[in-house]
Design a binder for this molecule. Structure first.
Ligand code: UN1
Length: 512
């Protein structure tokens, strides 16, 4: 990777043709044994353009990386929270200093709009600084606990050992570094597997962490697909896995961890959603319109927080839907590198096929469907036309549709509780939006909804580190919330040290 490459420092290229000359070779950090397969990473906006290549880890490299990590972890843990924090903060500075490169890669490799790319880097840096602060506060001298006179009790936190992180393509930098930095802050060595669609941005992140002083055996990039993930989670060195992705994969990881030798491993999983927003007739229509469009279509709907099912109260249904459709028609679709673009491509052909199939099935079932025409240049990439579909109820959907597709359903004022029950009955519990000016309604929804992040009179995406810790329950994940005060302890073990402090105490009395 040549960081001096002028192309890499220009995120706002008008002509993606220049991508042809930008070709990265990103290497895994463990280099021993038969090398794995090289894979080309293609731009979601223009599938003919290769953004770079990655060499995926082989089975021998996975084994070597795990052994190396296990050897390195005790020293990293012994550094203590404050020293680890200082290194994470240096990495945060390095990320900020490489803003153009990260924005460029977010746009090219992940197809993110400029706004999304900026938010992505901001969140990555926030995670590094927040977990550093948490490590400094909680991974030092520990917490004194009460006890009788003549006894000192203290609770300290320590790394569990080797942590595997398996991260998604939709936040290729923020969630990749968020999970890895939490594990590192807590004193673990980390084997970090990025999504196979977005390894290049992860490779740059890991490289900058190493340059900032995090040892290269303590943080290792292990690129590859699900097969590499399975090799990692089978390793006996692994004491914990942090995963963000589908509910199905989280279950598979859980089974793999249960079956292997080694420590009883912790699983921290942040998975899918079937997120709803409820809008009653007291809501402010302009605000609803803005928030619905952002929640459903920003990031091409590829956020696990995104709005999937909008419930509009009967008496405002037609007017509100018309306003939302007006804003929907104005969305600019196309090149993620163009400044005005609102909706870019979806990540790959598989994602596109699943979404197109869902839309076709809804049409075939006779649902009313509005769909945007795609501009001609979108034929080069994996675009899904932004779509609004009217349905009867959230239960009509059998799975999460991870893209720019909004479903709309109608409810009557006296059906509010039934709507909340239907939302809860999906089994997911990630984000829920409410637009209402009635306090009693807010209190009712808050009391009844089983959901991790509840947003009132605003959009329901873009949780901010520390202010809005993020994560769900049920099919949406194990908790605790990323970017919140309970996250780091889940990456740690606790130890209580109890000392007899009387003059004749402890070993002294035995030896007398
Ligand atoms: C995800 O999409 O995998 O609040 C989770 C938000 C983001 C969601 C991240 N923090 O929109």
């Amino acid at each position: 990777v040549d960081l001096a490459d002028p192309l890499l420092r220009r995120p706002l290229l008008a002509h993606l043709d220049e991508l042809a000359t930008l070709c990265w070779e990103a290497e895994p950090t463990a280099l021993a044994g038969e090398p794995g397969q090289a894979a080309e990473i293609r731009s979601p906006y223009d599938n003919s353009k290769v953004v770079g290549t990655i060499r995926n880890a082989s089975a021998a490299e996975v084994a070597f990386a795990a052994e190396r990590a296990a050897k390195a972890q005790p020293g990293w843990n012994a550094l203590g929270g404050a020293e680890r924090a200082a290194l994470l903060e240096k990495a945060a500075d390095a990320f900020e200093a490489h803003t153009p490169e990260f924005l460029s890669l977010c746009q090219r490799e992940a197809g993110k709009s400029l706004v999304d790319a900026v938010l992505e880097l901001r969140e990555a840096v926030d995670f590094l600084r927040y977990y550093a602060a948490e490590a400094r506060a909680h991974f030092g001298e520990g917490r004194p606990l009460p006890g009788p006179t003549g006894e000192s009790n203290r609770l300290t936190l320590h790394g569990r050992g080797v942590f595997v992180t398996i991260s998604p393509w939709n936040f290729p930098l923020a969630i990749f570094i968020g999970m890895a930095s939490a594990a590192l802050a807590a004193g673990n060595a980390v084997l970090a597997k990025p999504a196979e669609q977005t390894p290049l941005i992860a490779a740059l992140a890991v490289r900058l962490c190493h340059e900032a002083g995090i040892p290269d055996d303590v943080l290792q990039l292990v690129p590859g697909d699900g097969a590499v993930g399975a090799l990692l989670t089978a390793r006996p060195e692994v004491a914990g896995v942090a995963f963000t992705g589908s509910t199905e994969t989280a279950r598979a990881i859980n089974r793999a961890l249960a079956q292997r030798d080694g420590p009883i491993a912790a699983l921290i999983a942040e998975t899918g959603g079937q997120n709803a927003m409820i809008v009653d007739s007291s809501a402010l229509p302009e605000q609803v319109t803005r928030d619905v469009v952002a929640s459903a279509f920003q990031s091409a709907g590829q956020r696990c927080s995104a709005l999937r099912v909008l419930y509009l109260q009967d008496d405002v249904y037609d007017g509100m839907l018309e306003m939302i459709r007006g804003a929907f028609e104005a969305l600019v679709i196309g090149d993620p590198q163009a400044l005005t673009t609102d909706v870019g491509p979806v990540i790959d052909a598989e994602a596109k096929a699943a979404l197109d199939q869902h839309i076709a099935a809804m049409k075939a079932a006779g649902r009313p469907v509005w769909q945007r025409e795609l501009p001609a240049d979108c034929a080069k990439g994996t675009f899904v036309a932004p779509t609004i579909i009217e349905i009867e109820a959230i239960g009509d959907l059998s799975r999460e549709n991870f893209g720019p597709v909004l479903h709309v359903a109608r409810f009557k004022g006296d059906e509010l509780e039934a709507v909340i029950e239907a939302i809860n009955a999906t089994g997911f519990g990630l984000t829920l939006g409410l637009h209402s000016r009635i306090d009693a309604t807010r209190r009712l929804v808050e009391a009844k909804a089983r959901v991790g992040n509840f947003y009132v009179n605003r959009n329901q995406i873009g949780a901010v580190v520390e202010s809005q810790p993020f994560g769900g329950e049920g099919l949406s994940g194990t908790g605790p919330k990323a970017g919140g005060p309970h996250y780091l302890p889940r990456f740690a073990t606790e130890r209580v040290t109890c000392i007899d402090t009387t003059a004749a105490g402890g070993n002294a009395s035995l030896m007398a």
